[in-house]
Design a protein around this ligand. Structure first.
Ligand SMILES: [Zn+2]
Length: 411
Protein backbone atom coordinates (compact mmCIF):
# COMPACT_ATOMS: atom_id res chain seq x y z
CA UNK A 1 0.00 0.00 0.00
CA UNK A 2 1.60 3.26 -1.13
CA UNK A 3 1.96 6.16 1.26
CA UNK A 4 0.04 9.37 0.47
CA UNK A 5 0.76 12.97 1.46
CA UNK A 6 -2.24 15.31 1.26
CA UNK A 7 -1.22 18.97 1.21
CA UNK A 8 -3.30 22.17 1.57
CA UNK A 9 -6.13 20.30 3.29
CA UNK A 10 -8.69 22.27 5.28
CA UNK A 11 -10.06 19.85 7.86
CA UNK A 12 -13.77 19.82 8.68
CA UNK A 13 -14.58 17.23 11.36
CA UNK A 14 -17.42 18.68 13.42
CA UNK A 15 -15.18 20.00 16.21
CA UNK A 16 -15.15 23.62 15.00
CA UNK A 17 -17.61 26.01 13.32
CA UNK A 18 -15.11 26.96 10.56
CA UNK A 19 -12.74 24.86 8.41
CA UNK A 20 -9.23 24.67 9.88
CA UNK A 21 -6.20 26.45 8.36
CA UNK A 22 -4.60 24.33 5.58
CA UNK A 23 -2.42 21.45 6.80
CA UNK A 24 -0.71 18.38 5.40
CA UNK A 25 -1.73 14.83 6.26
CA UNK A 26 0.55 11.79 5.93
CA UNK A 27 -1.09 8.41 5.30
CA UNK A 28 1.00 5.24 5.62
CA UNK A 29 -0.07 1.60 5.82
CA UNK A 30 -3.75 2.40 6.01
CA UNK A 31 -3.30 4.75 8.97
CA UNK A 32 -2.95 8.49 9.43
CA UNK A 33 0.65 9.01 10.63
CA UNK A 34 0.98 12.76 10.94
CA UNK A 35 -1.09 15.92 10.62
CA UNK A 36 0.46 19.39 10.64
CA UNK A 37 1.65 22.45 8.76
CA UNK A 38 5.21 21.28 8.13
CA UNK A 39 4.86 17.50 7.95
CA UNK A 40 6.21 15.71 4.92
CA UNK A 41 7.06 12.23 3.71
CA UNK A 42 9.83 11.32 1.26
CA UNK A 43 8.27 8.08 0.05
CA UNK A 44 4.70 9.31 -0.31
CA UNK A 45 2.92 10.37 -3.48
CA UNK A 46 1.63 13.91 -3.01
CA UNK A 47 -1.97 14.96 -3.58
CA UNK A 48 -2.35 18.75 -3.46
CA UNK A 49 -5.89 19.48 -2.27
CA UNK A 50 -5.45 23.22 -3.03
CA UNK A 51 -7.47 24.32 0.00
CA UNK A 52 -10.28 21.82 -0.44
CA UNK A 53 -12.15 20.39 2.54
CA UNK A 54 -10.80 17.16 4.02
CA UNK A 55 -13.21 15.24 6.25
CA UNK A 56 -12.88 12.02 8.18
CA UNK A 57 -14.92 9.29 6.45
CA UNK A 58 -18.56 9.69 7.43
CA UNK A 59 -20.30 7.33 9.88
CA UNK A 60 -23.95 6.26 9.66
CA UNK A 61 -25.00 4.75 13.01
CA UNK A 62 -28.36 3.33 11.89
CA UNK A 63 -28.54 1.23 8.73
CA UNK A 64 -29.87 -2.16 7.62
CA UNK A 65 -27.54 -3.36 4.87
CA UNK A 66 -29.58 -6.54 4.28
CA UNK A 67 -32.80 -4.59 3.57
CA UNK A 68 -32.81 -4.91 -0.22
CA UNK A 69 -36.59 -4.39 -0.42
CA UNK A 70 -38.80 -2.12 1.68
CA UNK A 71 -41.31 -4.84 2.57
CA UNK A 72 -39.33 -6.35 5.44
CA UNK A 73 -41.61 -9.35 5.79
CA UNK A 74 -40.90 -10.22 2.14
CA UNK A 75 -37.19 -9.46 2.58
CA UNK A 76 -36.99 -12.02 5.39
CA UNK A 77 -38.26 -14.76 3.07
CA UNK A 78 -35.61 -14.23 0.38
CA UNK A 79 -32.75 -16.69 0.00
CA UNK A 80 -29.50 -15.72 1.73
CA UNK A 81 -27.61 -15.77 -1.59
CA UNK A 82 -29.79 -13.03 -3.05
CA UNK A 83 -29.76 -10.96 0.15
CA UNK A 84 -25.97 -11.22 0.31
CA UNK A 85 -25.47 -10.04 -3.27
CA UNK A 86 -27.85 -7.12 -2.79
CA UNK A 87 -26.26 -6.10 0.50
CA UNK A 88 -22.87 -5.73 -1.18
CA UNK A 89 -24.43 -3.39 -3.72
CA UNK A 90 -26.05 -1.40 -0.90
CA UNK A 91 -22.72 -1.19 0.97
CA UNK A 92 -20.75 -0.15 -2.10
CA UNK A 93 -23.15 2.70 -2.71
CA UNK A 94 -22.90 3.80 0.93
CA UNK A 95 -19.13 3.94 0.59
CA UNK A 96 -19.40 6.03 -2.58
CA UNK A 97 -21.53 8.54 -0.63
CA UNK A 98 -18.57 8.97 1.74
CA UNK A 99 -19.76 6.63 4.51
CA UNK A 100 -16.64 4.64 5.39
CA UNK A 101 -18.22 3.08 8.51
CA UNK A 102 -21.83 2.00 9.11
CA UNK A 103 -23.47 0.48 12.17
CA UNK A 104 -26.02 -2.17 11.21
CA UNK A 105 -28.83 -2.22 13.78
CA UNK A 106 -30.59 -5.38 12.69
CA UNK A 107 -29.94 -8.01 10.04
CA UNK A 108 -26.26 -8.23 9.12
CA UNK A 109 -24.45 -11.26 10.53
CA UNK A 110 -20.81 -11.91 11.30
CA UNK A 111 -20.25 -13.63 7.96
CA UNK A 112 -21.13 -10.40 6.20
CA UNK A 113 -18.86 -8.46 8.55
CA UNK A 114 -16.00 -10.88 7.97
CA UNK A 115 -16.47 -10.61 4.20
CA UNK A 116 -16.16 -6.81 4.43
CA UNK A 117 -12.93 -7.21 6.40
CA UNK A 118 -11.53 -9.66 3.83
CA UNK A 119 -11.97 -6.88 1.30
CA UNK A 120 -13.45 -8.82 -1.62
CA UNK A 121 -15.70 -5.89 -2.48
CA UNK A 122 -15.66 -2.15 -1.70
CA UNK A 123 -17.70 -1.66 1.48
CA UNK A 124 -17.72 0.51 4.57
CA UNK A 125 -16.42 -0.87 7.85
CA UNK A 126 -19.31 -2.75 9.41
CA UNK A 127 -20.33 -2.74 13.09
CA UNK A 128 -23.19 -5.16 13.78
CA UNK A 129 -25.91 -6.11 16.25
CA UNK A 130 -26.77 -9.39 14.54
CA UNK A 131 -30.54 -9.96 14.67
CA UNK A 132 -32.60 -7.43 16.64
CA UNK A 133 -34.50 -8.96 19.56
CA UNK A 134 -38.29 -8.51 19.40
CA UNK A 135 -41.11 -9.83 21.55
CA UNK A 136 -44.00 -11.74 19.99
CA UNK A 137 -46.10 -9.17 18.13
CA UNK A 138 -43.24 -6.67 18.33
CA UNK A 139 -41.42 -4.67 15.67
CA UNK A 140 -39.57 -7.63 14.18
CA UNK A 141 -42.59 -9.98 14.13
CA UNK A 142 -43.83 -9.98 10.54
CA UNK A 143 -46.20 -12.94 10.84
CA UNK A 144 -49.38 -10.85 10.76
CA UNK A 145 -52.70 -11.40 12.55
CA UNK A 146 -53.66 -14.71 10.95
CA UNK A 147 -50.25 -16.35 10.82
CA UNK A 148 -49.83 -18.42 13.98
CA UNK A 149 -46.91 -20.53 12.85
CA UNK A 150 -44.27 -20.71 15.55
CA UNK A 151 -41.48 -18.19 15.21
CA UNK A 152 -38.16 -19.40 13.87
CA UNK A 153 -35.98 -20.65 16.68
CA UNK A 154 -33.11 -22.39 14.99
CA UNK A 155 -32.13 -20.69 11.82
CA UNK A 156 -32.53 -17.07 10.94
CA UNK A 157 -32.49 -15.97 7.35
CA UNK A 158 -30.00 -13.25 6.50
CA UNK A 159 -32.83 -11.07 5.16
CA UNK A 160 -34.60 -11.04 8.56
CA UNK A 161 -33.84 -7.93 10.60
CA UNK A 162 -34.78 -9.54 13.87
CA UNK A 163 -35.69 -12.62 15.85
CA UNK A 164 -38.47 -13.27 18.34
CA UNK A 165 -37.79 -14.08 21.98
CA UNK A 166 -40.03 -13.74 25.04
CA UNK A 167 -39.42 -13.99 28.78
CA UNK A 168 -36.26 -13.42 30.78
CA UNK A 169 -34.53 -16.80 30.15
CA UNK A 170 -35.32 -16.63 26.43
CA UNK A 171 -34.14 -13.04 25.94
CA UNK A 172 -30.94 -13.83 27.83
CA UNK A 173 -30.28 -16.83 25.60
CA UNK A 174 -31.02 -14.79 22.47
CA UNK A 175 -28.67 -12.00 23.57
CA UNK A 176 -25.95 -14.53 24.37
CA UNK A 177 -26.42 -16.22 21.00
CA UNK A 178 -26.08 -12.91 19.16
CA UNK A 179 -22.95 -12.04 21.18
CA UNK A 180 -21.49 -15.51 20.58
CA UNK A 181 -22.25 -15.04 16.89
CA UNK A 182 -20.15 -11.87 16.77
CA UNK A 183 -22.57 -9.04 17.58
CA UNK A 184 -20.74 -5.86 18.59
CA UNK A 185 -23.79 -4.72 20.61
CA UNK A 186 -27.41 -5.83 21.17
CA UNK A 187 -30.39 -4.29 19.39
CA UNK A 188 -33.90 -4.56 20.81
CA UNK A 189 -37.34 -3.52 19.63
CA UNK A 190 -38.77 -1.70 22.67
CA UNK A 191 -41.71 0.07 21.02
CA UNK A 192 -44.23 -0.35 18.22
CA UNK A 193 -43.01 0.40 14.70
CA UNK A 194 -44.02 1.43 11.22
CA UNK A 195 -42.73 -1.43 9.10
CA UNK A 196 -44.32 -4.26 11.11
CA UNK A 197 -47.99 -5.34 10.88
CA UNK A 198 -49.46 -5.79 14.40
CA UNK A 199 -47.77 -3.27 16.71
CA UNK A 200 -49.18 0.28 16.90
CA UNK A 201 -46.64 2.99 17.74
CA UNK A 202 -47.74 3.20 21.39
CA UNK A 203 -47.06 -0.50 22.15
CA UNK A 204 -44.24 -0.92 24.64
CA UNK A 205 -41.82 -3.72 23.76
CA UNK A 206 -40.55 -5.99 26.55
CA UNK A 207 -41.24 -5.89 30.27
CA UNK A 208 -38.87 -3.99 32.55
CA UNK A 209 -37.37 -7.26 33.79
CA UNK A 210 -36.68 -8.38 30.22
CA UNK A 211 -35.10 -5.00 29.40
CA UNK A 212 -32.89 -5.16 32.49
CA UNK A 213 -31.87 -8.74 31.71
CA UNK A 214 -30.78 -7.81 28.18
CA UNK A 215 -28.87 -4.76 29.44
CA UNK A 216 -27.08 -6.99 31.96
CA UNK A 217 -26.12 -9.47 29.23
CA UNK A 218 -24.69 -6.68 27.09
CA UNK A 219 -22.74 -5.27 30.05
CA UNK A 220 -21.35 -8.71 30.87
CA UNK A 221 -19.96 -8.76 27.33
CA UNK A 222 -18.49 -5.26 27.71
CA UNK A 223 -20.96 -3.65 25.36
CA UNK A 224 -24.33 -1.88 25.30
CA UNK A 225 -27.95 -2.11 24.16
CA UNK A 226 -29.53 -0.09 21.36
CA UNK A 227 -33.34 0.22 21.36
CA UNK A 228 -35.91 1.06 18.71
CA UNK A 229 -38.09 3.68 20.48
CA UNK A 230 -40.52 6.44 19.52
CA UNK A 231 -42.74 7.39 22.46
CA UNK A 232 -41.58 9.28 25.52
CA UNK A 233 -42.69 6.44 27.79
CA UNK A 234 -40.81 3.82 25.79
CA UNK A 235 -37.67 5.95 25.79
CA UNK A 236 -37.90 6.64 29.52
CA UNK A 237 -38.20 3.01 30.57
CA UNK A 238 -35.29 2.07 28.31
CA UNK A 239 -33.12 4.82 29.76
CA UNK A 240 -34.05 3.73 33.29
CA UNK A 241 -33.18 0.13 32.41
CA UNK A 242 -29.72 1.22 31.23
CA UNK A 243 -30.15 1.24 27.43
CA UNK A 244 -27.36 3.36 25.91
CA UNK A 245 -28.29 3.92 22.25
CA UNK A 246 -31.77 5.36 21.64
CA UNK A 247 -32.90 4.94 18.02
CA UNK A 248 -35.39 7.38 16.39
CA UNK A 249 -36.74 9.17 19.53
CA UNK A 250 -39.33 11.10 17.49
CA UNK A 251 -41.76 11.66 20.38
CA UNK A 252 -39.23 12.39 23.14
CA UNK A 253 -40.11 15.08 25.72
CA UNK A 254 -37.72 17.47 27.50
CA UNK A 255 -37.60 15.73 30.88
CA UNK A 256 -36.76 12.34 29.37
CA UNK A 257 -34.19 13.96 27.07
CA UNK A 258 -32.49 15.50 30.11
CA UNK A 259 -32.52 12.17 31.96
CA UNK A 260 -30.99 10.45 28.92
CA UNK A 261 -28.31 13.13 28.69
CA UNK A 262 -27.47 12.75 32.39
CA UNK A 263 -27.07 9.00 31.91
CA UNK A 264 -24.70 9.56 28.98
CA UNK A 265 -27.04 7.94 26.46
CA UNK A 266 -26.85 8.77 22.74
CA UNK A 267 -29.87 9.36 20.50
CA UNK A 268 -29.87 8.33 16.84
CA UNK A 269 -32.63 10.22 14.98
CA UNK A 270 -33.48 8.87 11.51
CA UNK A 271 -35.76 11.53 10.05
CA UNK A 272 -35.02 10.92 6.38
CA UNK A 273 -36.64 7.51 6.41
CA UNK A 274 -40.07 8.88 7.40
CA UNK A 275 -39.94 11.50 4.65
CA UNK A 276 -39.16 8.86 2.06
CA UNK A 277 -41.54 6.20 3.36
CA UNK A 278 -44.39 8.66 2.78
CA UNK A 279 -43.23 9.88 -0.65
CA UNK A 280 -41.72 6.68 -2.10
CA UNK A 281 -42.82 3.86 0.21
CA UNK A 282 -46.15 2.88 -1.40
CA UNK A 283 -44.72 2.38 -4.90
CA UNK A 284 -41.76 0.42 -3.47
CA UNK A 285 -43.91 -2.15 -1.69
CA UNK A 286 -44.10 -0.62 1.79
CA UNK A 287 -47.50 -1.84 3.09
CA UNK A 288 -50.37 0.76 3.27
CA UNK A 289 -50.97 0.09 7.01
CA UNK A 290 -47.33 0.94 7.60
CA UNK A 291 -47.47 4.19 5.61
CA UNK A 292 -50.39 5.34 7.80
CA UNK A 293 -48.29 4.78 10.93
CA UNK A 294 -45.37 6.80 9.59
CA UNK A 295 -47.24 10.10 9.77
CA UNK A 296 -47.51 9.92 13.57
CA UNK A 297 -43.75 9.92 14.02
CA UNK A 298 -42.82 12.02 11.01
CA UNK A 299 -44.56 15.20 12.08
CA UNK A 300 -42.89 15.21 15.51
CA UNK A 301 -39.40 14.62 14.17
CA UNK A 302 -38.14 18.18 13.75
CA UNK A 303 -39.31 19.15 17.25
CA UNK A 304 -37.47 16.16 18.69
CA UNK A 305 -34.16 17.51 17.32
CA UNK A 306 -34.64 20.81 19.13
CA UNK A 307 -35.74 19.11 22.36
CA UNK A 308 -32.69 16.85 22.38
CA UNK A 309 -30.31 19.67 21.50
CA UNK A 310 -31.67 21.82 24.32
CA UNK A 311 -31.33 18.93 26.78
CA UNK A 312 -27.70 18.39 25.78
CA UNK A 313 -28.43 14.85 24.58
CA UNK A 314 -25.74 13.69 22.13
CA UNK A 315 -27.08 12.76 18.69
CA UNK A 316 -25.42 10.43 16.19
CA UNK A 317 -26.22 10.26 12.47
CA UNK A 318 -28.79 7.68 11.34
CA UNK A 319 -30.71 7.03 8.13
CA UNK A 320 -32.58 3.71 8.54
CA UNK A 321 -33.52 3.48 4.85
CA UNK A 322 -34.88 0.37 3.19
CA UNK A 323 -34.72 -1.04 -0.32
CA UNK A 324 -34.40 1.46 -3.16
CA UNK A 325 -34.74 4.34 -0.68
CA UNK A 326 -31.13 3.76 0.40
CA UNK A 327 -30.10 6.36 -2.16
CA UNK A 328 -31.41 9.09 0.14
CA UNK A 329 -28.91 8.20 2.88
CA UNK A 330 -27.16 11.60 2.87
CA UNK A 331 -30.39 13.66 2.92
CA UNK A 332 -30.45 13.34 6.71
CA UNK A 333 -27.68 15.98 6.78
CA UNK A 334 -29.92 18.51 5.07
CA UNK A 335 -33.03 17.68 7.12
CA UNK A 336 -31.14 18.06 10.41
CA UNK A 337 -29.54 21.26 9.15
CA UNK A 338 -33.00 22.87 9.18
CA UNK A 339 -33.11 22.56 12.99
CA UNK A 340 -29.47 22.34 14.09
CA UNK A 341 -26.16 24.15 13.37
CA UNK A 342 -24.16 22.47 10.57
CA UNK A 343 -21.25 21.83 12.92
CA UNK A 344 -23.46 19.68 15.17
CA UNK A 345 -24.90 17.83 12.21
CA UNK A 346 -21.39 17.01 10.96
CA UNK A 347 -20.29 15.99 14.48
CA UNK A 348 -23.14 13.46 14.53
CA UNK A 349 -21.48 11.62 11.63
CA UNK A 350 -17.90 11.98 12.90
CA UNK A 351 -16.67 11.95 16.51
CA UNK A 352 -20.05 11.49 18.21
CA UNK A 353 -20.85 8.43 16.09
CA UNK A 354 -17.29 7.14 16.60
CA UNK A 355 -17.77 7.28 20.36
CA UNK A 356 -21.11 5.46 20.09
CA UNK A 357 -19.47 2.74 17.98
CA UNK A 358 -16.68 2.43 20.58
CA UNK A 359 -14.15 3.37 17.91
CA UNK A 360 -13.19 6.80 19.23
CA UNK A 361 -9.84 7.93 17.85
CA UNK A 362 -9.92 5.22 15.17
CA UNK A 363 -12.67 6.67 12.97
CA UNK A 364 -14.46 10.00 12.69
CA UNK A 365 -11.26 12.02 13.12
CA UNK A 366 -8.29 13.17 11.02
CA UNK A 367 -5.59 12.50 13.60
CA UNK A 368 -2.46 10.34 13.97
CA UNK A 369 -3.36 6.72 14.73
CA UNK A 370 -6.79 6.84 13.09
CA UNK A 371 -7.70 4.71 10.10
CA UNK A 372 -7.00 6.60 6.89
CA UNK A 373 -10.72 6.93 6.07
CA UNK A 374 -10.94 10.30 4.34
CA UNK A 375 -13.31 12.26 2.14
CA UNK A 376 -12.35 15.32 0.08
CA UNK A 377 -15.22 17.75 -0.50
CA UNK A 378 -15.42 20.57 -3.05
CA UNK A 379 -16.69 23.50 -0.99
CA UNK A 380 -17.44 23.96 2.71
CA UNK A 381 -20.10 21.64 4.20
CA UNK A 382 -20.25 23.90 7.28
CA UNK A 383 -21.81 26.49 4.94
CA UNK A 384 -23.80 24.05 2.81
CA UNK A 385 -24.64 20.55 4.07
CA UNK A 386 -26.10 19.60 0.71
CA UNK A 387 -22.50 19.25 -0.54
CA UNK A 388 -22.59 15.88 1.24
CA UNK A 389 -25.60 14.68 -0.80
CA UNK A 390 -26.13 13.61 -4.43
CA UNK A 391 -24.32 10.27 -4.30
CA UNK A 392 -20.88 11.74 -3.65
CA UNK A 393 -21.03 14.18 -6.57
CA UNK A 394 -19.08 16.82 -4.61
CA UNK A 395 -16.57 14.28 -3.28
CA UNK A 396 -13.71 13.96 -5.79
CA UNK A 397 -11.68 11.69 -3.50
CA UNK A 398 -12.78 8.97 -1.09
CA UNK A 399 -10.21 6.88 0.78
CA UNK A 400 -10.80 3.93 3.08
CA UNK A 401 -7.94 2.39 5.05
CA UNK A 402 -5.38 4.20 2.88
CA UNK A 403 -6.83 2.93 -0.42
CA UNK A 404 -8.51 5.26 -2.88
CA UNK A 405 -12.09 4.10 -3.38
CA UNK A 406 -12.79 7.04 -5.65
CA UNK A 407 -10.23 9.27 -7.28
CA UNK A 408 -11.06 11.94 -9.80
CA UNK A 409 -8.51 14.53 -10.93
CA UNK A 410 -8.33 17.76 -8.96
CA UNK A 411 -8.07 20.97 -10.94
ZN1 LIG B 1 -33.98 0.64 11.86
Amino acid sequence: MAATLFTNARIVDGTAPEPAEPVSVVVEGGTIREVGKAVTSAKARTVDLKGRTLMPGLIDAHVHVVAGVADLGANARLPDSLVTARSFVIMREMLLRGFTTVRDVGGADFGLKQATEEGHFPTPRLVISGKALSQTGGHADFRGRYDDRPSVIERHRLGALGRICDGVPDVRRAAREELKGGADFIKIMANGGCASPTDPIHFLGYSVSELEAIVEEARMAGTYVSAHVYTDEAIRRCVEAGVHSLEHCNLIQPETARLAATKGAVAVPTLVTYDKLVSDGPKLGFPPDSVAKVDVVRSAGMDSLRIMQKAGLAMAYGSDLLGEMHRYQSEEFVIRGRALPAQQVIASATFIAARLLKLEGKIGTVAPGAHADLVVVDGDPLQDLSLLTRQGRHMPLIMKGGDFIKRTSLN
